[in-house]
Design a protein around this ligand. Structure first.
Ligand code: URA
Length: 259
């Protein structure tokens, strides 16, 4: 029994969501899944299917419409809360939207909530967040001087990486978030957020520390952005902290030049 429990934890089933177990296979057979639930499985298309718009595309279009219709941060948060196209909402405890100061001009973008963020409903409150707070404090920044958010708004079960479909479904909301906030600078933490916003698959060790630009629909000019290693990576790999420190100094210098 203990070994079975340990295996479940290893596979990411580390939280009880219901009082009684639910057989998801039986639920699926009983109720046809909405489009995005099917997509979340990233099933290859059948060679015999009639070519219609793929369910993932339909769900992404719904995400784009919902995001674009939001004219304030409150409306955007409500649009995310009402969006039923992303399977992650079903297993997460909270929608994790943002924390900090939207007027600050600096927007920090992580990958997605972990267990602590999921419980608190706020980004970067777990171990990675504590390290991030310390890194920011070292260059004179606290949560009143920046706005923190994530590419993915709901915790992927067991902190697994989000699938390409989940990224595609959440990206329209993040782009709208950036358009509404109109930050002067973006910091992209980790490969997943950097790849989604920069449209590249280059490794984060190559991308980090270099200023680049992100084009955002609705903004007249691209936003200057710097990819950095994710604080979670720094917790596991102390050697990467040296580069992270030099990236922090580069960020401080750039923010000083803006004044
Ligand atoms: N990692 C992230 O990318 N975001 C969080 O909010 C927490 C951990």
């Amino acid at each position: 029994m203990l070994a079975a429990l340990r295996l479940q934890i290893e596979w990411g089933a580390d939280e009880a969501l219901e009082d009684a177990p639910v057989c998801r296979v039986a639920v699926r057979i009983a109720q046809p899944m909405p489009e995005a639930r099917m997509l979340a499985q990233d099933a290859p298309p059948s060679p015999f299917s009639i070519p219609t718009m793929a369910p993932v595309q339909r769900a992404v279009e719904r995400a784009e419409h919902a995001a674009q219709a939001a004219n304030s941060l409150d409306e955007l948060q409500a649009a995310l809360a009402n969006f039923d196209g992303c399977n992650l909402a079903a297993t997460a405890t909270s929608l994790v939207f943002s924390d900090g100061n939207p007027e600050s001009g600096l927007m920090l973008i992580g990958e997605g909530p972990g267990a602590e963020e999921d419980r608190a409903g706020r980004p970067f409150v777990g171990p990675a967040g504590l390290l991030l707070d310390r890194m920011l404090a070292s260059i004179g920044i606290d949560r009143t001087h920046c706005l923190m958010t994530n590419l993915i708004a709901w915790r992927p079960p067991g902190n697994r990486n989000p699938t390409d479909n989940e990224v595609a479904l959440c990206l329209p909301f993040l782009l709208r978030h950036i358009a509404l906030v109109q930050p002067k600078r973006l910091v992209l933490f980790g490969a997943v957020a950097s790849h989604a916003l920069l449209g590249t698959k280059a490794g984060i060790t190559r991308l980090r520390g270099r200023w680049t630009e992100v084009a955002v629909p609705g903004l007249e000019a691209p936003v200057r952005a710097m990819p950095m290693q994710h604080p979670l990576t720094l917790l596991r790999n102390s050697a990467a902290k040296r580069d992270a420190w030099s990236d922090m100094i580069a960020l401080r210098r750039d923010l000083d030049d803006l004044k």
